[in-house]
Design a protein. Structure first.
Length: 250
């Protein structure tokens, strides 16, 4: 992966959030001293706002405890981040973007699209300029809250998933932890945190549940610290060797 990232890295004049690096992904590494000073803020269920299948939080906590044995500092956080505002902001910007893409592509039969695309189209067509402006302002406010956390921590952490693999005939899980999903994408709510604020993140494997299904944990860095999150992932793999661990299947 490091080799691939080194190929595509660099600032581009047409991408306002792109930037150049002062090192390469393949060469960057954390020293023992640097690794022992890492401090991670564990967001868990975001103050009870995120739903997870049973075992997910338990397995994450167990692996975070293992990291502490290697001198990484873990702190449980109760962030002052409005998860409801976060969801609405992302949902508005996503629907507006997809709606405009559909218009640009000049798709004649909207009802012939996937149910997910139709859902976004129907939401996007109702959004006003004021709705979008409000969402953009919310992103700025929320971004300030997120950036304040990085003043105390090197990384933030969330589970990489809210549910374990489900029946392939389902478009999405109907409920998680006995709570019904109110949209087709509520089950991936934990991924909007990093994507909405352009934060570099990586999903690290942490084990399997009792049925042998895999689970991971997101390690999220502040903007432009892509090298740091990759170097942490490298050291993590050196310590735990999860790429060599396979589930015990019946």
């Amino acid at each position: 992966m490091s080799i691939f990232l080194d190929v595509i890295v660099g600032e581009h004049k047409e991408d306002p959030i792109s930037f150049s690096l002062d090192n390469s992904f393949s060469e960057v590494n954390l020293s023992d001293q640097e690794f022992s000073k890492i401090k991670i803020g564990w967001l868990s269920d975001m103050n009870g706002n995120y739903q997870y299948d049973p075992e997910i939080i338990e397995i994450c906590n167990k692996q975070l405890n293992n990291l502490e044995k290697h001198k990484v500092i873990i702190e449980n956080l109760k962030p002052k981040i409005d998860a409801h505002k976060l969801w609405n902001c992302w949902g508005t910007l996503r629907a507006k973007s997809i709606y405009e893409d559909i218009i640009t592509m000049n798709i004649q039969d909207v009802n012939g699209m996937t149910p997910q695309a139709i859902w976004e189209y129907n939401k996007g067509i109702k959004l006003t300029d004021e709705d979008v402006k409000s969402a953009l302002n919310s992103r700025i406010e929320l971004s300030n809250d997120v950036n304040s956390l990085f003043g105390e921590f090197d990384f933030l952490a969330l589970p990489s998933q809210q549910s374990f693999p489900f029946d392939k005939n389902l478009r999405h899980p109907e409920k998680i932890n006995d709570k019904l999903m109110d949209t087709y994408h509520r089950w991936i709510e934990i991924h909007i945190f990093a994507s909405l604020f352009y934060l570099p993140s990586i999903s690290l494997p942490i084990g399997f549940n009792k049925e042998g299904f895999p689970i991971g944990i997101q390690i999220i860095a502040k903007q432009k610290e892509d090298l740091k999150v990759i170097s942490f992932a490298k050291r993590y793999e050196e310590i735990f060797n999860y790429s060599k661990i396979k589930p015990k299947l019946n």
